[in-house]
Design a protein around this ligand. Sequence first.
Ligand code: XIL
Length: 339
Amino acid sequence: MKTKYWFILAVGVIGFLSCAPKSMKTVADSKQFLFGVAVRPSDLLDPKDSKLLQDNFNILVAENIMKLQYLRPTESFWNWSDPDKLVEFAQKNNMKLRGHTFVWHNQNPPFINNLTDKEKALSVLQDTINQVLTRYKGKFYEYDVCNEVIDDNGILRNSVWMKTIGSEYIDIAFKTAREADPSVKLILNDYNNEYAGTTKGDAFYNLVKDLVTRKVPIDGVGFQLHVLAEQPVNEKALRANIQRFRDLGLSVSFTEVDVRIKLPVTPEKEAAQQKVYLDLLRIALEEKVSSFVLWGYTDLYSWIPGTFAGYGSAHPFDRNKAPKPVYELMKKTLADYKR
Ligand code: XIL
């Protein structure tokens, strides 16, 4: 073929490719925006599901398998096989990883729930963090070192770690993590902590400020954002909160986003849900949050109905794993965003 025809063909192919609809992941990558999802082991095994992850997300977190109940069910047994597969999958597909979580009051194995001795609790805590961050050194972008340490009244939760070690367990967890992997961003994660001017939001901020003042090695905070469609986003209080953490030199991540609807679903409630998802995404983009992670993508495997009776339809893909209109709008919001 003559050079001229090759040239015309090449222009045609490039033109076609640039008009072809871009995947969410391509859009997110092009905006350097970390858009992710919590996953289950089967999401990686089923070829259709794993393709969906590859097309849509550039950061992953394990929904359950890195919680100590599963990762370290007894003191001497470690369940590495699923986390190893997750790490391998993410690396192969150019995705980043969030770690979730070391210190929590839920989903601990019996040998942790039954701890009473301070020295023993300290050694279990430090050994757990060391083993995980040594094995996966340099592989995680962010890690929820501690999760939900403040209770609903705004005081330190009376967890097994608090009871056995005392409030310094937080300092110790962060210091141990920093020493084990200096490159991973160390996060304190919680729910109902996204608004300045609320009991929990302010208690969370004061705790974090104290950690920073005392030079505890924390890099950022996580707002879980398990929110309700019926409650519009309080943009002013959210932005004010993000700003005050940034003023402390910390990053903010939206770590577990879902927007539950009180059943039955109606078009009005869906419209309200769309507004909440889009407001959160827009604010995340404008405020340059560190990552925006959905707590699951499909209603099929949702944790919501089992935890919040009478609520559902919280995720941007339906039970057939097809994107809902809200997801297309999220994609458009991201694509239209000018950095
Ligand atoms: C939830 C999971 O989604 C469920 O599958 C599991 O049964 C319970 O935990 N805050 C967190 C998450 O930090 O780890 C929780 O995940 C949801 C609330």
